[in-house]
Design a protein around this ligand. Structure first.
Ligand code: BDP
Length: 683
């Protein structure tokens, strides 16, 4: 098995009895509509049953008999635009929805029930997506590279489009539809202006045509300076009438080519990208100009809040943590109704663990979207097994307390807290041209989990892992249990051997999968590790309380109370908010130094244990997949040793304390570890 089929394997169910009991309930499919998406659903259902049950199921337009599946498009007040219900009715199983998209999602749900071995007798499911735009963001470049992509090159073959349609585009759309993803941004947020040219719009149209029957809308990232770069205007000032006219004409052109175009995603005035601030305008000015251009159409503007100017040297309280808040919070209420502001889960940048972003809850008048990173930029690239659902859930379940207890981040982004009229969640994709799509086979689970949570953030990490394992690896109970546990624990293990106790951003500048805590200076101060860990002879950690950078003051008092007092701050967040003395006793009974060492050593031990657990399921896993994952786990162990040695030896220079006696000393010197990073960064 090369992993290409993802979780849509549809392999024959092994037990004949089980097959027969499903077959009795799926003798035919009643389909009464010619709509493309309905056709997609019936074809998918037929091919699914053909694989799972080994039989062809006829599609009919009506039937008086029982034991079949009925697609029923009819008004149902309990369902929203994309929701579905699946119920047993008069001897048939009825998938009911208000729209064809609901039927498609219901079909995949029913298939998933069969794939995971659930009984269909008396089935009764009602499901509505909690968020409207459930999107992937591809950071794919026009020449085929992917920014922070680790699974080969881009799926989109721009040079072959629009004439040649790679069959893979359709498989991509199927996989997304199966987990409820309904939008995709096909190009990098660091965007090339060429996507605004007719040549490229025709290529994008070709993709949109493939995705449409799967209920997926295409969006484009734009370069804010496009009108000037493409020589349409002299400036890209959003208040300049010619610039506004350019965007209106361009938007009209786009809709004449792609009538259901989703809209624009914008990275502006961030990491060197152009934006409205270049002209003394605000983010709202920029976003509203685009909203105006989109006014006659259904599209929306998704404006990213990932901005951070380097603070000036004299600013004692300067902290990258506060930058986005500083720029955006004052603009609440100034954005057009068509604008959504997309915020990364944490305030810095997709670290293995971050506190939730302080903007969540702080902008009641502006729809905020969540941006998660599925690609493992800071979580070990493609050689580390890290299941991300627990990371996503941790953020979604964080309580902002803005409207009292229970004001979770999930309720901010699903719109229920502030009554947002638009809601969105985005995941930076981990897909690429590798045959198995995601490089590390187990990273398929992260794509899967993102989609499932985007649909319903109340699902548990365990439930999603259990489904995914059954659909892609094995039904054998011990294997399901072992692999699910492996997945669930993997993220905490990764945090332990890389950035325990609230350390963050100490990875290599050029190698985000490896350690470089000794990086003191960079082109910008807030790109250096020392900026974040602040280790000195007294202790380690970033004081963000009122005595320090004051970033903590951006949260409600309830949140501040959780993190204000170093003695009471939960250990996962400790060094995010406090500079803690090396000898300070922690709740574990250890001194900070001993606890730090313990985490690095037990983190490594846990990787060794992951290898053992994986070995134990070998007999029940496809050989090719088994070997590939086993090989990557071996690399992960090497990398865990690297992180441990680098961090323990480096921080020891400040703590001047011995490594606790129960742990063996690293076999190499700090100088040797530093050399390793140099090798990786050689040109
Ligand atoms: C950082 C990435 C960089 C992205 C940036 C962003 O390192 O490649 O362009 O985020 O989100 O994490 O814009």
């Amino acid at each position: 098995d090369d992993g290409y089929r993802l979780w849509l394997k549809y392999d024959l169910i092994k037990k004949q009895q089980e097959r027969e009991s499903y077959a009795r309930l799926t003798k035919f499919i009643v389909v009464n509509s010619q709509l493309d998406i309905i056709k997609t659903a019936s074809i998918e259902f037929q091919s699914g049953l053909k694989g799972l049950l080994g039989k062809s199921v006829p599609v009919v337009t009506s039937s008086k008999s029982t034991g079949g599946i009925v697609f029923q498009l009819s008004l149902n007040k309990d369902l929203n635009e994309e929701g579905y219900s699946i119920t047993s009715q008069n001897g048939n199983i009825v998938i009911n929805a208000n729209t064809e998209k609901g039927i498609l999602y219901g079909t995949f749900e029913l298939l998933r029930n069969i794939q995971t071995g659930k009984s269909l007798a008396n089935i009764s499911i009602v499901s509505n997506p909690k968020i409207q735009y459930r999107m992937l963001n591809h950071w794919d470049n026009p020449l085929g590279t992917i920014e922070r992509g680790y699974a080969g090159s881009s799926l989109w073959k721009w040079y072959e489009l629009p004439e040649n349609i790679d069959p893979r585009y359709k498989d991509y759309a199927r996989a997304n539809a199966s987990i409820g993803i309904n939008a995709t941004v096909v190009n990098n947020v660091n965007a090339s202006a060429r996507f605004m040219t007719k040549e490229y719009l025709l290529k994008v149209k070709a993709l949109a045509d493939v995705f449409r029957p799967y209920g997926i809308k295409v969006f484009l990232s734009i370069n804010f300076a496009a009108p000037k770069i493409l020589k349409g205007t002299k400036t890209s000032d959003p208040l300049d009438p010619q610039v506004r006219a350019w965007w209106q004409a361009k938007t009209q052109e786009i809709y004449s080519i792609i009538p259901d175009f989703g809209g624009y995603l914008v990275k502006a005035n961030s990491e060197g990208e152009p934006g409205p601030q270049d002209f003394g305008r605000t983010h709202a000015d920029g976003a509203n100009m685009l909203a105006e251009a989109l006014k006659p159409y259904t599209g929306v503007v998704i404006w990213r809040a990932f901005v951070y100017k380097p603070s000036s040297k004299d600013d004692q309280k300067g902290d990258r943590y506060k930058e986005a808040y500083k720029d955006f919070k004052p603009l609440d209420g100034q954005f057009d109704k068509k604008v959504i502001v997309q915020v990364k889960n944490g305030p810095i940048d997709f670290q293995p663990r971050e506190p939730f972003h302080p903007l969540f809850g702080a902008m009641p008048k502006t729809p905020l979207a969540m941006e998660f990173q599925i690609t493992q930029e800071y979580l070990g690239f493609t050689t580390n097994l890290v299941y991300l659902a627990p990371l996503f859930k941790e953020c979604l379940e964080s309580d902002t307390y803005v409207n009292g207890k229970g004001s979770t981040v999930a309720k901010v982004i699903d719109g229920s807290l502030h009554d947002y009229q638009l809601t969105a969640i985005a995941g930076v994709a981990n897909t690429g041209s590798d045959r198995n799509w995601t490089g590390h086979f187990m990273s398929q689970a992260n794509w899967y989990a993102f989609g499932r949570l985007a649909w319903n953030h109340e699902l548990s990490s365990e439930q999603i892992a259990d489904e995914w394992v059954k659909m892609t690896l094995s039904h054998e109970p011990k294997t399901v249990k072992t692999v699910t546990k492996l997945l669930i624990e993997s993220r905490e293990n990764y945090v332990n051997f890389t950035t325990p106790l609230g350390l963050h951003h100490i990875m290599g500048q050029g190698i985000h999968f490896g350690p470089e805590p000794w990086l003191m200076k960079s082109d910008r101060p807030d790109w250096a590790s020392a900026y974040y860990h602040r280790a000195d002879t007294l202790g380690i950690g970033f004081d963000r309380t009122k005595n320090g950078s004051e970033a903590l003051l951006l949260y409600t008092s309830e949140v501040q109370n959780q993190w204000n007092d170093p003695a009471k701050t939960p250990l996962p967040y400790l060094l995010w908010f406090h500079h803690v003395g090396w000898k300070t006793k922690l709740s574990t009974g250890n001194t900070l130094w001993d606890e730090l060492c313990t985490r690095y050593y037990t983190g490594l031990a846990s990787v060794k244990d992951m290898r053992k657990q994986w070995d134990s399921v070998k007999p029940n896993i496809d050989k090719e997949i088994f070997e590939d994952v086993a090989g990557r786990l071996a690399v992960q162990e090497r990398e865990a040793i690297w992180w441990r040695d680098a961090c323990v030896l480096y921080f020891q220079q400040y703590s001047k304390m011995p490594i606790p006696a129960q742990f063996p000393k690293p076999e190499r010197s700090l100088e040797e570890v530093k050399k390793l990073v140099e090798i990786y960064q050689l040109r």
